[in-house]
Design a protein around this ligand. Structure first.
Ligand code: ATP
Length: 230
């Protein structure tokens, strides 16, 4: 039997005021899976993640977390259930050094293991780190702050970062999923994310237009690109 889904969205709709963005979205993430969420700018990927995390109220459909409908549960209650959201803003503590930030969330050991670069930058303040270093720190803080993460929602993992940093972040995402966490990740570089993902969804204009195993997409990156354009 299939493991119970970490996340299941059924017929989900949501938007901003009278502007409907998401239409009838069905999506599943199982424990231990990396699921890539792909699609052109404005497709509704961020809106979907915000709705799943509880920042936006759905206007229709339902969301199940670990088998139970989460209805109107606020963000903090979803966090308690193990849902962790990493937005595209790269939240680090701008005035704290890397060392202070990691101490605050008791993640010194983890950080050193995940991203040795952070140890080298121990004395630097968050605001003065490079974009890639900030994202490494943000991912470490996100993982540490969720007491027991079971579902990780990540927006724009590597936007604007160097390829090597992107690969490192994606490896960490894969390793996190391998511990049993379900991961839904928005990443602009389809090729890189598909190398580590189990499945992918492609969105356009607020709808899921295709879904399938990552290996299928890896062999058809041109077909994938055409979905972005047509
Ligand atoms: P991108 O890759 O460019 O971030 P996306 O797939 O994440 O795109 P969204 O950011 O979810 O897409 O945007 C989907 C649609 O919702 C767009 O048409 C956008 O203009 C609209 N939208 C996003 N945020 C708001 C908001 N706060 N108020 C009104 N409309 C919004």
């Amino acid at each position: 039997a299939l493991a119970e889904a970490a996340l299941e969205a059924r017929g989900l709709s949501a938007g901003y005021g009278r502007v409907q963005v998401l239409r009838d979205v069905d999506l599943t993430v199982r424990p231990g899976e990396v699921v890539a969420l792909l699609g052109p700018n404005g497709a509704g990927k961020t809106t979907l993640l915000r709705t799943l995390a509880g920042y936006l109220r759905p206007t229709g459909g339902e969301i199940l977390l670990f088998g139970a409908s989460c209805g109107r549960l606020p963000v903090y209650k979803r966090c308690r259930q193990g849902v962790s959201f990493m937005g595209e803003e790269r939240h680090v503590f701008p005035g704290l050094t890397v060392r202070q930030s990691l101490r605050l969330v008791r993640a010194q050991g983890e950080a050193a293991e995940l991203f040795p670069t952070l140890t080298e930058r121990a004395g630097h303040r968050g605001a003065l780190l490079s974009g890639g270093e900030q994202q490494m720190l943000a991912l470490t803080l996100t993982l540490a702050l969720a007491r027991k993460p079971r579902l990780l929602l990540i927006d724009e993992l590597s936007l604007g970062l160097a390829p090597l940093v992107r690969e490192r972040l994606l490896d960490t995402v894969r390793a996190t999923a391998d511990t049993g966490v379900g991961v839904l990740v928005v990443e602009q570089n389809a090729r890189s994310v598909l190398e580590r993902a189990d499945r992918a969804y492609v969105m356009r204009r607020g709808e899921v237009v295709r879904e399938g195993p990552a290996e299928e997409w890896r062999g058809d990156l041109d077909g994938l690109a055409s979905l972005y354009l047509s």
